[in-house]
Design a protein. Sequence first.
Length: 146
Amino acid sequence: MRGVVEVSLYYQTLALPQRLDSLVAQPSETLRLASDEESGTSSTEYSKLKEVYCRVAGLWRVRFDLRSSSSAYTAYACIYRNGVVYGTSKSTTSTTYVTFTEDMYFGANEYIQVYGYISSAYGGVYVRNFRFYGDFIVAITLNTLT
């Protein structure tokens, strides 16, 4: 007699990825993906500053550096997923870069962006070092028929 199929998920830590469809990410300090060059705008409405393509699903540690062109203006930035706001808004009036970090879940094959704006068109918002950190683990699915 056939029973219900029971699905259990087990994880095994990997040093190197083997098949992307069997991998998931977990936050760590291992750099896996980066867009480091500086990008900026003088827009007073959210504009896309950075974009990367995330191939592996999971919980990632995401970092980026943010600064304003002048301490008189506030620079804002936020993580978007596939063009839709996803993270919490970050802001600074610092003219030197400030690093912001969030642990965030992304599905496989998604576009992840940093959008930003400045409080006055006389200023500028700048972002650099958009980075993803994580360790890859293998998701092994065991099916048991009872």
